[in-house]
Design a protein around this ligand. Structure first.
Ligand code: GNR
Ligand code: NI
Length: 163
């Protein structure tokens, strides 16, 4: 099922998501719907927050052929290193792209769809995407990393577009 994506400046995007206590069939159904929603958008990542589900679940697929789905439940960054600047976009902030500074390498610990713990090391686009999605489940948007002036301009542009 394809779910509607919340758009900035919707205050529901500011919700801090709750830890998933049990990875059950309800969680797996949500993960399936998140992949469907992400692929059809299309995007390379999606956080549950963006579809107004406030549990710590993210899905990612940065592959060209959209055949490398990655699901992270309760993800935690346990190591980070280096810096990288990358032009980011967000399905919740349509038609807006800006460079953001992130860690270049991250090590993340999470649960998979079976509820098993795993660790993953990622850099460049995958690392950036993981950080962008973990921000979402903490109620943070990539635009929060920009200057106050850029944020003000974006808000004005968004208000005009929604008039
Ligand atoms: O589709 C997406 N592309 C993207 C490009 C650069 C940095 C981050 C991203 S994530 C984004 C999808 C999205 O909004 N996920 O929350
Ligand atoms: Ni996003």
């Amino acid at each position: 099922m394809i779910l509607p994506i919340l758009h900035y400046p919707d205050s529901r995007l500011r919700t801090v998501a709750k830890i998933v206590e049990t990875v059950d069939d309800a969680v797996r159904t949500l993960v399936k719907d998140m992949f469907e929603t992400m692929y059809q958008a299309p995007g390379i990542g999606l956080a549950a927050t963006q579809i107004d589900h406030h549990q710590r679940i993210i899905v990612i697929d940065i592959s060209e052929d959209k055949n490398q789905p990655l699901c992270l439940i309760n993800p935690e960054i346990i190591e980070k290193d280096g810096e990288i600047l990358w032009e980011e976009g967000c399905l919740s902030v349509p038609d807006y792209y800006q460079c953001v500074k992130r860690a270049n390498q991250v090590k993340v610990r999470a649960l998979n769809e079976q509820g098993e713990t795993f660790e993953l090391e990622a850099d460049e686009l995958l690392g950036i995407c993981i950080q962008h999605e973990i921000d979402h489940i903490d109620g943070i948007l990539f635009v929060d990393h920009l200057s106050k002036l850029k944020q003000k301009r974006l808000l004005e542009k968004t208000k005009k577009a929604n008039k």
